[in-house]
Design a protein. Structure first.
Length: 280
């Protein structure tokens, strides 16, 4: 079940103000090494490679500081499987995926880009047309992509067999071909020896938020509200925002009382070294 329309990725620029693996790991929780004093997460959100959900995770922490949110990054093979096997309650997915049995909210779309070595001929272009790719090797098998099959001279014939995007990026850097990926993937794997250019008339990639149809957890509704921009006081939420419990102030030890001076002996001068009285 799909709800509403996706936004263009430019409208979520503040959400992806951080790019690269460091930005992803800022909010990637190690769920296997949690200490005994760390509470169990009330909701675990998986997110596809290249997606940076920093803004939404921060808003959750501000709104529900006492309710821990867990997260981890997925690859294309397990972004839906993580929901089916219960590792995650929600998953930020990148299409195409099989969404049978899932609720999906479209979030935004990403433009495709062509990644090439820094000294490649397309580096002189502001954007790349499908015709510009005619005769150039594309990695992996670009024949499977609907927008540019006629431009493909693929190297994915079993001899190279790149299995991951990291493998493909290494082949591109070695000058063995180009690759077409969503813009966020190109940003994630940005390197000094590579460039990327927007592909005009290329099919945009959709990104959405998915969860199981049979899961009606209140925390899911809370996270949906954050993603959709509902305020903390919105009536659509299932619970009121939490207030972080203040820590009790430490008691200050008062300084020791100063000793009061004792009475002066009779006949002593008030001032040391004072003048003696005149004799009669």
């Amino acid at each position: 079940m799909t709800q509403s329309e996706p936004q263009h990725n430019d409208e979520l620029a503040d959400t992806e103000s951080q790019t690269g693996s460091d930005a992803e790991l800022d909010y990637e929780t190690d769920l296997t090494e949690a200490g005994p004093d760390v509470p169990e997460p009330v909701l675990i959100v998986a997110f596809a490679r290249g997606v940076v959900p920093t803004k939404w995770f921060r808003l959750w922490q501000q709104r529900f500081p006492e309710s821990r949110l867990g997260s981890f990054r997925t690859d294309s093979t397990d972004q839906v499987a993580a929901l089916a096997d219960g590792r995650a309650g929600m998953s930020i997915i990148r299409f195409p995926v099989d969404t049978a049995g899932l609720n999906v909210i479209p979030l935004y779309t990403e433009i495709p880009v062509v990644v090439a070595p820094k000294d490649h001929e397309i580096s002189a272009l502001d954007s790349v047309d499908v015709a510009d790719l005619d005769g150039l090797p594309l990695l992996p098998n670009a024949d499977a992509l609907p927008s540019w099959p006629e431009a493909s001279v693929t190297l994915a014939n079993g001899e190279y067999g790149p299995r991951t995007i990291e493998d493909v990026i290494e082949l591109v850097a070695a000058g063995l071909g180009l690759v077409i990926v969503p813009q966020s993937i190109a940003r994630l794997h940005a390197r000094k020896d590579l460039i990327y250019r927007p592909l005009t008339a290329g099919e945009e990639t959709r990104v959405g938020l998915a969860w199981r149809e049979d899961d009606e957890s209140p925390e899911i509704e809370d996270f949906i509200g954050i993603v959709r921009g509902r305020t903390a006081k919105s009536s659509r939420g299932t619970r009121a925002p939490e207030e972080k419990q203040p820590t009790a102030p430490k008691k200050r030890t008062p300084p020791p009382a100063k000793k009061k001076p004792g009475p002066r002996p009779f006949g002593t001068s008030r001032r040391p070294g004072g003048k003696k009285g005149r004799r009669r």
